[in-house]
Every structure is written in C-alpha cells, then in structure tokens.
Ligand binder design. Structure first.
Ligand code: OAD
Length: 229
C-alpha cells in the first residue's frame, strides 16, 4: 500500500509562478490593509473595494501557470497517496492535475451567495455589485475571511491525523487555525518544512531552507527512504 503524504501549502508555493505572497516584503499585506480587504467586517464596510481586490486576483490567474513544485506534487502520486491541503485561493494545484485538493481558505474561481455559504458557483470573471446567486442574494468571493469559520478544517485535521508524512511548503504558519495542522501529526510521522525562511524553535521538523522549486531534489532524496513499506 502506498504511504500517505499530506502536503500543506501556502502562498510561497505559487510565488515562483508570479503570485505575490502576503507577508514577505512587498507582499499583499504590505500594500493593502488586511482588515479592509480580507475580513467580513471590511466587506460589510466597503463591498466594492473588496470585490475589486479579489477581481484583480482572479484576473491575475489568467496570466500565471503552475510551476515545477506544483507539478512535482502531482508526480508524487505515482509513489504515494497524496492529499494537498492548501491555504491558497489560486487554482494552480488543480491546473497541475493533483487529485485530492482541500482548499482551507476558499477558491478565487468560485463565487457564493452573501447570505448562504453553501450556494456556490464556478466563476471566472469579475464579480460585480448586482451579480446575484440563485437564491437572489449578491455574489461575493468564495473566500474565507478573517472573522469567519474555516469549514474545511475538520476534514483537513482528519487527513493530517492519518498522514505518514507531512510536508509543509511556502507558508509562514502565522494564520490559525491552518497553522495548527502541524500539531495533529502522528507521533512518529516526519514533518518536512520547505521555505527560504527558517522556522524557529522546531528541532523536530526537517527543514529545507530553499524556494519550493529548488527544494524538489532534496525532497526526492528524503522521500526515497519512505516510499516502500
Ligand atoms: P505568507 O505570505 O504569510 O507566507 C509565505 C511564505 O512563503 C513565507 O514563509 C515565505 O518565506 C515563503 N516563500 C516565499 N517565496 C517562496 C518560494 N519561492 N518557495 C517557498 N516558499 C516561499 O503566506 P501564507 O502562509 O500562505 O489568508 O498565508 C496564510 C494566509 O494568510 C493566506 O491563506 C491568506 C493570508 O491572510 C486569507 O486571506 C484568509
């Protein structure tokens, strides 16, 4: 039986595709007020500003492609049972054809009713004020904002609990509850952290201090020890 790998990804895995991260210098949160554009209160205060922010992000998806790291995670399925839990709202894991993808913070290519979070539609264009869901309410981005529940968290925890190996790629692990997922691994399950920035105070975590695409060979070397029972 294939061993189970769970991969938790963040903005860093898409950085080399040309999508800005949030907290690096010149990242999105340096140029935008996080509580204005990514919180439910901000949306209630100024829906147009928030729609505009996500419309720009959605348009940018048309200009970017998955990179070698996204493709590597797809290829890993030849040797492991791979589940991706991503904090990213882009669709680059989908476009690299990964089979099992859980989006913790929602998806740019979907829109939902302002009133009912389960009324969700595929949506690739701008969302304009006056675009309605089938329940008659305004459409908003299908994004989990600060101040909102993370509906996929339970599913994600279940995956991590069963993982033989957890790989974490390109996330600062600053946002909860997503960051807490690393605490759910089985006792003996290795945790591998790929990020150019060092994660402090974590002697039990194997760190590859490189960009995602540059860490692929290191990952292959480490994983070759685990691929067979
Ligand atoms: P952050 O911007 O907080 O962290 C990005 C991480 O990627 C940092 O640790 C960088 O060092 C690393 N990084 C940068 N370039 C990289 C590369 N080429 N390869 C690998 N790593 C690289 O982004 P997230 O941790 O994803 O949520 O942020 C978590 C959440 O905060 C996001 O999902 C978003 C944001 O607010 C919502 O908006 C709800």
């Amino acid at each position: 039986m294939k061993k189970k790998i769970v991969v938790l990804t963040g903005a860093g895995i898409s950085a080399e595709s040309g999508i800005s991260t949030f907290r690096d210098s010149n990242g999105l949160w340096e140029n935008h007020d996080i509580m204005e554009v990514a919180s439910i209160e901000g949306y209630h205060r100024n829906p147009s500003l928030v729609q505009d922010f996500y419309n720009k992000r959605r348009r940018q998806l048309l200009e970017v492609e998955p990179n070698l790291a996204h493709h590597f995670l797809k290829d890993l399925e030849n040797y492991f049972d791979v589940t991706i839990i991503t904090q990213n709202v882009d669709d680059l894991h989908e476009r690299a054809n990964s089979s099992k993808i859980i989006h913790l913070h929602g998806e740019l290519r979907k829109a939902r009713s302002e009133y009912n979070e389960t009324v969700v539609v595929d949506w690739s264009n701008d969302i304009n004020i006056g675009d309605f869901a089938e329940d008659g309410y305004q459409l908003r981005p299908h994004i989990v904002w600060f101040g909102e529940m993370v509906p996929m968290m339970e599913t994600a925890i279940d995956e991590v609990l069963q993982a033989d190996i957890l790989i974490v790629i390109g996330t600062s692990l600053q946002v909860y509850p997503a960051a807490s997922l690393v605490d759910y691994t089985k006792n003996n399950a290795p945790v591998i952290y790929v990020d150019p920035t060092e994660l402090n105070n974590n002697p039990s975590i194997i760190q590859i201090q490189k960009k995602a695409t540059e860490a692929i060979n290191d990952l292959k070397n480490i994983l070759s020890d685990y691929s067979v029972e």
